[in-house]
Design a protein around this ligand. Structure first.
Ligand SMILES: [Zn+2]
Length: 439
């Protein structure tokens, strides 16, 4: 006997919708069938979509910046995410310089994440490391952190990792089964523009497109040369994407993966000229209307959508200058509906199986027998306005936006986290230890 039967849904299976019932036992998908089989409980979702649980590859819960801590901890972040259909997310460890520090950073973060309602994994983060690359790669793999994030910028706060080191990581990424995830901005060009007081309205002018473009193109060259596994996080610019398409189409999906975030599709840097522009500051910044349109046009070359969820409260962000302002905005609760409203069904894989595949999340991202029963019941036709959220941040960047499609229920390992708007706080997520990743 199955634990739960989800009946009469339009089930998203390997890219197609199939009218079927899905049966769950012990947190796993056991059977997908046209007939009605025996289960302890049934949930009839007639006509609604049944989608794989969404995976957010890029969140910052409880990000401690010293003076500020991001508004959502793992508990509230996982709840807000669950309302948006997110059943698994990947957060980041604090930046480290050695393998020993990495182990400590992992324990600290694991401890903070204990009260997450949904499943989570971590990226290792390095900042100008002193240990040799192989030591870091080995330790990351041993801890189940099969992706290493680094910054090509922020030398002023000693967080930049330099090209020689990056080259060695890329060269060995396949051998160790690790993905190298990079925040790509050209540090030298940023330094050229750096000032002690950059006004909010100038935020994007002081980190112009060329900073991203030049760095990403260089990294793509390196990734091809070394036959590497390179993942570019939070790509902002349609121009960068267009150039990648022209020059590196043959290695996109093979050696290079591009992630972008909903805010780069919805806002432009014009917003920095408005009264509350400070609420929309993040690095890298928003781009021009033209860039945004180019990003939308090239959506097929974006492999994954992450939110870079990192909200703060209004009073913490309310400043005229960006220096010292905590950067980032929220996103987990509305990322899917926003992107679905813009692109429809073709966005689903970018929230599910692509992330599972390129970040090595086994048994996640698809509705198939033996996979984890992480599921989203989605009404594709419901039109509504974003009014409230479950994040602890005190503002919603997308307030009053009209969207199409609504997450009705979210199921994690066979148990409801959210059922028709009602939260079940009694469930607990698990840390997902990742193994070897080979693209
Ligand atoms: Zn980030």
């Amino acid at each position: 006997m199955f634990d739960l039967g989800i009946l009469n849904g339009k089930v998203y299976i390997t890219g197609k919708f199939l009218k079927a019932n899905v049966y769950i036992k012990n947190g796993k998908i056991c059977d997908i069938s046209k007939s009605q089989l025996e289960a302890k409980k049934y949930y009839d979702i007639s006509g609604k979509y049944l989608l794989p649980g969404f995976i957010d590859p890029h969140v910052h819960f409880h990000l401690d910046l010293g003076k500020y801590i991001s508004a959502d901890d793992f508990h509230s972040g996982s709840i807000s995410g669950a309302y948006g259909g997110i059943t698994t997310y990947i957060d980041f460890l604090d930046p480290v310089r050695t393998a020993e520090e990495l182990e400590k950073a992992f324990e600290d973060r694991l401890n903070l994440a204990k009260n997450s309602l949904t499943d989570y994994a971590f990226h290792a983060t390095i900042a100008n490391p002193t240990d040799e690359p192989e030591k870091i790669l080995r330790k990351a793999r041993q801890l189940g952190l099969s992706s290493i994030k680094l910054f090509t910028t922020y030398s002023s706060s000693n967080r930049r990792t330099y090209d020689g080191y990056i080259a060695e990581l890329l060269e060995k990424s396949k051998q160790y089964g690790v993905v190298i995830s990079i925040h790509a901005e050209n540090d030298e060009i940023i330094k050229k523009y750096e000032k002690n007081e950059i006004k909010v309205k100038d935020h994007s002018k002081y980190r112009p497109t060329i900073t991203e473009l030049s760095e990403v193109i260089k990294l793509a060259e390196m990734a091809e040369y070394y036959n590497a596994q390179l993942y570019i996080v939070h790509l902002t610019s349609g121009k960068t994407l267009d150039e990648l398409k022209k020059k590196f189409k043959h290695i996109l999906g093979k050696n290079v993966i591009i992630e972008s975030c909903p805010h780069y599709f919805y806002f432009t840097d014009d917003i920095y000229n408005t009264e509350k522009g400070y609420l929309y500051t993040m690095t890298p910044p928003l781009r021009s209307e033209e860039e945004k349109e180019l990003l939308i046009k090239n959506i097929n070359y974006v492999t994954t959508i992450g939110t870079d969820h990192c909200p703060f409260n209004v009073n913490e962000k309310k400043k005229d200058i960006v220096n010292g302002m905590p950067m980032g905005i929220g996103g987990v609760e509305f990322s899917f509906v926003l992107m679905y409203s813009m692109f429809g069904k073709k966005i689903i894989d970018k929230f599910t199986k692509n992330i599972a595949k390129y970040y090595g999340l086994k048994n996640k991202g698809e509705i198939l027998p033996s996979y984890d029963a992480d599921l989203v019941v989605f009404d594709p036709y419901k039109e509504w306005e974003i009014k409230e959220h479950h994040s602890k941040s005190d503002y919603i960047p997308y307030k009053n936006f009209r969207v199409k499609g609504k997450v009705l229920s979210t199921i994690s390992r066979g148990r409801f986290v959210v059922k028709e708007g009602k939260l079940n706080k009694r469930i607990k997520g698990s840390f997902i230890k990742r193994g070897e990743i080979i693209w």
